[in-house]
Design a protein around this ligand. Structure first.
Ligand code: MG
Length: 165
C-alpha cells in the first residue's frame, strides 16, 4: 500500500472560466494559472505522483513550457494515473478538501466526485470531497485544495511479487 498527499492553490481572476475537479462551474471568476487552474485536479495529481515517489506536477508539466498554457488539467491527472498503474498500483480511495469562499460547492459535489472517480477509474464512493470557506484566513481571493490518496498493489503486481519470492 502507498499513501500520497497533494496541495495546490490558485488565485481567482475575473473573466475566465472556473473549472474544479474537471467540472465547469458557473461563476463570475475563474482560477488563474498557466493551465486551466483546476486546483482540485492538481492536488489529486500531486497526491498520486507523491504516492509512487514520482516527480511532481510542476516538474512533469513546467509552467515555463508554453505547451501547457491553458491546458486541460485532465491531461496531468491521466499521466499520473498511468504512472501509478505502470508502478503496479491501483487507486483505493481519494479524499480531498477544498477551501474557497465562493461558489458553493455543495450543489456540485456529486458531479465533481463522479468526474474525479471516472478519471481515476474508481467508483464515486471512493472519492471524498469536503468544501470549507476560508474563515479567518483572509483568503477569499484564492481557492485551495488538499488531497490524500491510498494506492493498493494491483492484482497483477501482487502475483509477480509472489512469484519472485
Ligand atoms: Mg496548480
Amino acid at each position: 500500500m502507498r499513501i500520497g498527499y497533494g496541495f495546490d492553490s490558485h488565485e481567482f481572476r475575473p473573466g475566465i472560466p472556473l473549472k474544479i475537479g474537471g467540472v465547469a462551474l458557473a461563476h463570475d471568476q475563474g482560477l488563474g494559472g498557466h493551465s486551466d487552474g483546476d486546483v482540485l485536479l492538481h492536488a489529486v495529481t500531486d497526491a498520486l505522483l507523491g504516492a509512487i515517489a514520482a516527480p511532481d506536477i510542476g516538474t512533469l508539466f513546467p509552467p515555463s513550457d508554453p505547451k501547457w498554457k491553458g491546458a486541460d488539467s485532465v491531461i496531468f491527472l491521466r499521466e499520473a494515473v498511468k504512472r501509478v498503474r505502470d508502478a503496479g498500483y491501483g487507486v483505493a480511495n481519494v479524499d480531498a478538501s477544498l477551501i474557497l469562499a465562493a461558489p458553493k460547492i455543495g450543489p456540485h459535489s456529486v458531479a465533481i466526485r463522479s468526474r474525479v472517480a471516472e478519471l481515476l477509474g474508481v467508483s464515486v464512493d471512493c472519492v471524498g470531497l469536503k468544501a470549507k470557506t476560508p474563515e479567518g484566513l483572509n483568503l477569499d481571493h484564492a481557492a485551495i485544495a488538499h488531497a490524500v490518496v491510498l494506492l493498493e498493489q494491483s492484482r497483477k503486481a501482487r502475483k509477480s511479487t509472489k512469484k519472485k519470492k
